[in-house]
Structures are given as C-alpha cells and as structure tokens.
Ligand binder design. Structure first.
Ligand code: ADP
Ligand code: MG
Length: 321
C-alpha cells in the first residue's frame, strides 16, 4: 500500500498527540498542509477501514490516501486535508468581544450536519433495541464511567438509561462518529472517526451546539437559543426528508448518553492535580444535572448548566481562585 515511487520523502510536522488513544498515536501534517498523517495501533487500522467505507457511501469525510506500517511496527494512515480551519477555529476567530457564536458558523454547521445526517439516514443499518443498548454502553463509555464512579452505578441511573432506550425505540441506527462537535467539523466534511460506531440517527449531528456548555464556558463561545433553534430546524428538515421523522424529541435521551461520554476518563490518577479533580467533579455534577432534568421534565436544556467557574465558586474547590 506504500506508494513505491514517491518523488520525495514528505516531511511530517507534529500536530498533536491523539486524545484517548491507548496506543499513543499522534497526528502530523505535511509541508503544504494538503495531507494529514496519523499513527497508532490496531484501532487506527479499524478507523481507516471505517472511513474508507464511509467515503464509498458518500459521507463527507477525508479520502484515505495511504496506509501501512512504520519501521517500529506502528500503523500509519494518510488522508487528504479538508481545509485549514475547523468550525471551532472559525467560531473563535469570529468572536467580536461578545461570547456569541457567529451566524456564519451556525449556518455552516447546519449545512455539514445536514449532509452527514442525510448520508447516515440513507445508509441506515438497523433499528433494534439490542443495538440501542450497545450504543448506550459504547457511546456513553458506561464500563469506564461506572468503574471510575461506582456510586453512579445505581438502579436510578439504570432506570433513566432504560427509559432513554425505550424512548428511542424505532429510531434507525446509523454509522456514527460519537465525538461529533465543531472541532471535528470543517466546511466540507467531518474528520477524526476514532470513536466510530452505530448511533441512533441524530445523536452526532443534533447535539453539535447543545454540547458546547459541557466545556464549562471556557471554550469562548456559546450558541444563542435562536441559533440552536435554527440549527436544529435545519437538521429536522433533513431528517424528515429522509426518514419522515424529526429529531428534536430525542435530544434529552441523546444528552443523557452524552453526559456519560463527557464523564468518561475524567477521574484523575494523581490526587495532587486539583485542576483535574475539579473538572471531574464538574462533569459528575453535569451528569446529575442532566439526569435530574430528564427525570423531572423529559427535556434537557444545557443553557441552564452552571459554568465551571460558578461550579468552582459554589463548591469552594481547593486550588481554584
Ligand atoms: N483531514 C484533515 N483535514 C483538516 N484538518 C485535519 C485533518 N485531520 C486532522 N486535522 C487537524 O488535526 C487536528 C487533530 O486531529 P484529530 O484526528 O481531530 O485528533 P484528536 O483525536 O486528538 O482530536 C484536528 O483538530 C485538525 O485541526
Ligand atoms: Mg479531533
């Protein structure tokens, strides 16, 4: 698979280590920014195979251009660049002293989200309860979350998760991203399919603006209620056109699983890291907040979340001003 007669050996510039990769993989970019190279283990090979399949099915994803094994036995994958800036980068650049997301970014997000949603809906895989339960476990990282937070492994939480599954019965399961958000969305497509798996239609795309507050208000921008409404309406339209169903009524069960996802891998090993401890406690708080809202009203509004700073102030967290 290695191209035999490359005119010159490309020089790869380190971009970042890959988050949540046990194989210690990293991302690199070539000199002119037209290609990205990832290194990793077996999971990276699976990710590349998944991405190739998505490309065949017409998903807006980077084409895989090269794939092989490095001298020291790691897997490497090269793909085309989808551009220089993610929608997250664009959102940060367009802040004008306020914290409101630019409408241009919202419209781009709606466009790419709708395109992905249509590709997902057209190639739906199944719609059964067993697959939905598997999605809760996989997308919510429940094995990890309950291992790190045994006090949350309760009948109360199980009841809420069962209710979420029941509520989503009949929703088509589609090839999903699991870590969908503005940092992985570019104007022409979606990158970083590390955590792929089957998801109920809408789980990835419908939450793109809803999940911003999970970062604690430290991301620099927030979507207004009107922007969230407009974004969701665009996705509802795409969903209705393909499946006949809207997505809005599924936001709460989606957010319950997402709150688990954001709590995964947060328990710091080093007790001296009070900053990490605070973030872990914050995500525990957000999960409980989502759970309570879901139980009480069947709806979840992330705009009502405490920010990380407010949470720290209320809990007099040590090591935080
Ligand atoms: N195909 C691509 N096109 C454009 N930018 C990319 C591409 N692949 C990676 N990048 C850039 O590299 C960054 C890290 O890659 P990513 O796979 O998202 O890593 P992580 O898993 O750590 O989030 C991205 O946020 C993006 O800026
Ligand atoms: Mg990423």
């Amino acid at each position: 698979m290695h191209t035999p007669h490359t005119p010159h050996t490309p020089h790869w510039h380190f971009v970042k280590k890959r988050t949540a990769d046990p194989a210690g993989g990293a991302v690199y970019v070539n000199d002119d920014g037209t290609r990205y190279r990832r290194t990793g283990g077996e999971a990276l090979a699976a990710e590349a195979a998944y991405q190739r399949r998505l490309a065949e099915l017409g998903y807006p994803v980077p084409r895989v251009l090269d794939e092989g094994t490095t001298g020291d036995g790691h897997v490497f994958v090269v793909e085309e660049s989808l551009g220089e800036r993610s929608l997250h980068d664009m959102a940060l650049e367009s802040l004008d002293g306020t914290r409101t997301l630019s409408d241009t970014v919202v419209d781009l997000a709606a466009e790419v989200g709708s395109r992905l949603l249509r590709a997902q809906a057209v190639h739906a895989v199944t719609a059964d309860l067993q697959a939905l339960r598997a999605w809760v476990q996989e997308a919510g990282w429940t094995d990890n979350v309950f291992a790190e937070n045994p006090d949350l492994d309760t009948p109360r939480v199980q009841t809420a998760l069962d209710r979420a599954v029941t509520q989503l019965a009949g929703v088509p399961l589609v090839r999903g991203h699991l870590d969908y958000g503005l940092p992985n969305v570019l104007p022409v497509g979606v990158i970083d399919w590390q955590h792929h798996g089957l998801v109920p239609l809408g789980y990835d795309t419908a939450l793109a603006l809803e999940i911003v507050p999970f970062k604690g208000g430290t991301k620099g921008y927030l979507a207004s209620p009107e922007q969230r409404r407009r974004y969701l309406e665009a996705l509802n339209k795409a969903a209705r056109a393909t499946t006949g169903q809207s997505l809005s009524q599924h936001l709460a069960p989606f957010l319950l699983v997402k709150a688990l996802f954001f709590l995964a891998l947060m328990h710091p090993i080093d007790p001296a890291r009070t900053d990490k401890h605070l973030k872990w406690q914050y995500r525990r708080h957000l999960f409980m907040e989502v759970l309570e809202q879901y139980e009480r009203t069947r709806a979840v509004d992330p705009a009502r979340f405490l920010t990380l700073d407010d949470f720290a102030a209320r809990h007099g967290a040590p090591g935080h001003p």
